[in-house]
Design a protein around this ligand. Structure first.
Ligand code: NFS
Length: 645
């Protein structure tokens, strides 16, 4: 790859350094992105493709229709609904596995695991309508797990967590008949409705897609986050370090990658196990260094301070440092190319989930819940591989960060242990020191410079006094350029800076992995309950952006935020509907009218900035908090007039 082309790959200096060092015969995602163009029909730029039956695939543009007569708008809506269903299924299936784990913990079947946050278990159980008074923790946990599992197969009624949303929002959902009835039911129904010859009305298809997405955000993802906190602890602010420089020359390096936290939490927990460390020393290493990639990294970062060494586009590069003795992957966002890359390096690629096997990788299952035994076996495999290292080149690049901002911790940091409250946040927004809250979340995409849009937008928003909250790959982007440090308030405007200085927080808060976007839904509901900023999510001066999106999960997240009343903007690559103006209109003006939120594709990053600022300022105006309140200093005469003296 030429020098100039390399610069077009990433903003991350560590990634560029590895690209500089690698053997040119090893192909990366960046090479493939340059050598292979997107299919213009598949990407919906110049038409759309329907391959839902064997009379096609039909390639449709403008006013042409498919063999069955399906229009461009119907096909675009169906395709998007299917993407959303897959994204929602991925998050929710992860949530189901956490509910299964809670059940096993309650039954004493999950070796070495216990309920770590009992308070959170009680809240979780009460939200599911389970009696908690005068009962054993294990009994409550078992009932809560069974009730959570039942929500997946529920056929009618409403899933419980819907009741945590602001009242007005619930009414909007009920009026438009999009309250999810059961988590699995909505996914199955999307697949049914988008089968050949079923739902043909784009608006109706997309309404159901929103119901499906809500079953992710307020269902599967929320269950995933809550139970992970219950078993492995609710995150609290903690310091850590990031980037490829956190790989170690002298320790055994084990990278955890994927999304499910269970095995990774246990592996991280065992990194300083005496026997294993002794074993590592017997093989010539100093110790064991567990680090992470993607959202599994975010899970173990939030609770144990494990270093995320990179986001989605860094996964191949980590192996190319020659220092990764084992990479253990679970589910989601794992490139199949890893199996090809490890052929040229000494890294052992290990799969651990029955749902994700990769030809060329070693499969070490942990289905039987012997989690600690499995984790030990994997760590030993990494140790045994240490002596096989050849050429090691680790970029000497790291950054400090602070993560761990669960919604519980945000309340605590603003109000203290006994007066936990979001009041200071609401007051900060009302008096204009914080202009609004912007969530910048989601993936990297090899069609664009890694981290560039995330970092640019984050810097521009904090500069203008917008508090930024992040999850997923976006949060790792900010971590890598130092924006998750309290000192980053120097980059913020005066208002935001004054709050960050007073509370001691960064201007960019890391809330966790992608399923933890459900934490944002909770914070938003609690901000409204605190008062002074309207009655519904759509009243808030807030917006959500996925500037480098690529996965179907991102589409599901975007859709559940839009259905929850948030203005959501996708940047980078087009969302798969843009060739149909009719569908674009439904998702913007149409959804705005019905739901007070919308999902819009905006390719230009400057326009994203402008549109979000205009939106938030309009919301401030509607709330009548757009004028800076002058501090009135009363003299004695004025006080007498008010009758105070
Ligand atoms: Ni979420 Fe994107 Fe994957 Fe995590 Fe990263 S790519 S939608 S951020 S790691 S899930």
């Amino acid at each position: 790859m030429k020098e100039k082309e390399k610069k077009m790959c990433s903003e991350d200096k560590a990634v560029l350094e590895v690209l500089e060092n690698i053997d040119q015969t090893v192909e990366t995602v960046f090479d493939r992105a340059q050598n292979m163009k997107c299919c213009p029909i598949g990407s919906s730029v110049s038409g759309i493709c329907c391959k839902n039956c064997a009379m096609g695939p039909c390639r449709i543009r403008d006013d042409k229709v498919g063999l069955c007569g399906a229009t461009l708008a119907t096909i675009a809506a169906r395709n998007l609904a299917r993407h959303i269903a897959v994204g929602a299924a991925a998050h929710s299936d992860h949530g189901r596995d956490m509910a299964m784990l809670l059940k096993e913990v309650a039954e004493g079947k999950a070796e070495g695991l216990r309920i770590k946050d009992e308070e959170k278990l009680l809240r979780f159980a009460r939200n599911l309508g389970i009696k908690t008074e005068d009962r054993e923790v294990k009994e409550i946990a078992l009932d809560a797990a069974n009730k959570a599992l039942a929500l997946f197969g529920q056929q009618e009624g409403e899933i419980d967590f819907i009741s945590l949303a602001p009242k007005k929002r619930q009414e909007i959902w009920r009026k438009n008949k999009i309250v999810p009835r059961g988590i699995d039911r909505e996914v199955v129904e999307t697949l049914h409705r988008t089968h050949m010859g079923v739902d043909q009305d784009p608006e109706n298809i997309l309404d159901h897609a929103l119901r499906n997405a809500l079953s992710d955000g307020w269902g599967g993802s929320m269950i995933g986050t809550e139970i992970t906190d219950i078993i492995f602890n609710t995150p609290e602010a903690l310091p850590a370090k990031t980037n490829l420089g956190m790989l170690s020359e002298k320790d055994v390096n084990l990278v955890v990658h994927g999304h499910e936290p269970t095995l990774s939490e246990v592996i991280a927990d065992l990194a300083d196990d005496k026997k294993l460390v002794e074993y590592a020393k017997s093989k010539g290493a100093q110790g064991i260094n567990v680090v992470g990639i993607c959202c599994t990294a975010n899970e173990v970062l939030m609770r144990q301070g494990v270093a995320p060494i990179g986001n989605f586009l860094s996964q191949e590069l980590a192996i190319m440092t020659g220092s990764v003795d084992a990479m253990v992957v679970d589910i989601q966002c794992i490139m199949q190319s890893l199996a090809e890359v490890v052929k040229k390096y000494h890294t052992k690629l290990i799969t651990s989930s029955p749902k994700c096997k990769i030809p060329g990788a070693t499969h070490v299952p942990f289905e039987d819940r012997k989690i600690y035994d499995t984790a030990r076996e994997i760590i030993k495999m990494a140790i045994d591989n240490y002596s096989n290292r050849k050429d090691v080149k680790i970029p000497n690049i790291t950054s400090d960060l602070v993560a761990g901002f669960s919604h519980e911790y945000i309340r605590y940091m603003l109000g203290g242990r006994f007066r936990q409250s979001l009041r200071p946040l609401n007051d900060g927004i009302i008096d204009g020191r914080i202009q609004g809250v912007v969530a910048i979340v989601g993936c990297n995409n090899a069609r664009h410079v890694q981290d560039k849009y995330h970092n640019y937008l984050t810097k521009e928003f904090i500069k203008r006094d917008y508090l930024v909250v992040q999850t997923g790959c976006g949060a790792i982007s900010s971590a890598k350029c130092g924006m998750l440090m309290p000192e980053a308030y120097e980059l913020a405007g005066d208002g935001l800076k004054s709050i960050c200085e007073a509370v001691g927080i960064p201007p960019v808060l890391h809330l966790g992995s992608c399923v933890d976007n459900s934490r944002i839904l909770t914070v938003v509901s609690e901000v409204l309950a605190e008062g002074g900023l309207g009655e519904d999510v759509s009243d808030l001066p807030a917006a959500g952006i996925a500037p480098e999106w690529m996965s179907e999960k991102a589409l599901s997240i975007g859709a559940y935020f839009a259905a929850s009343g948030v203005y959501v903007l996708f940047g980078g690559e087009p969302i798969p509907v843009i060739s149909s103006q009719e569908v674009v209109n439904i998702m913007t003006e149409g959804w705005d009218k019905k739901y007070g939120g919308k999902l819009e594709y905006v390719p230009d990053v400057e326009q994203i900035l402008e549109k979000v600022i205009n939106h938030i300022q309009a919301k401030r105006k509607a709330l009548k908090i757009d004028v800076k309140k002058e501090r009135v200093l009363f003299d004695m005469e004025a006080r007498r007039e008010l009758g105070n003296v």
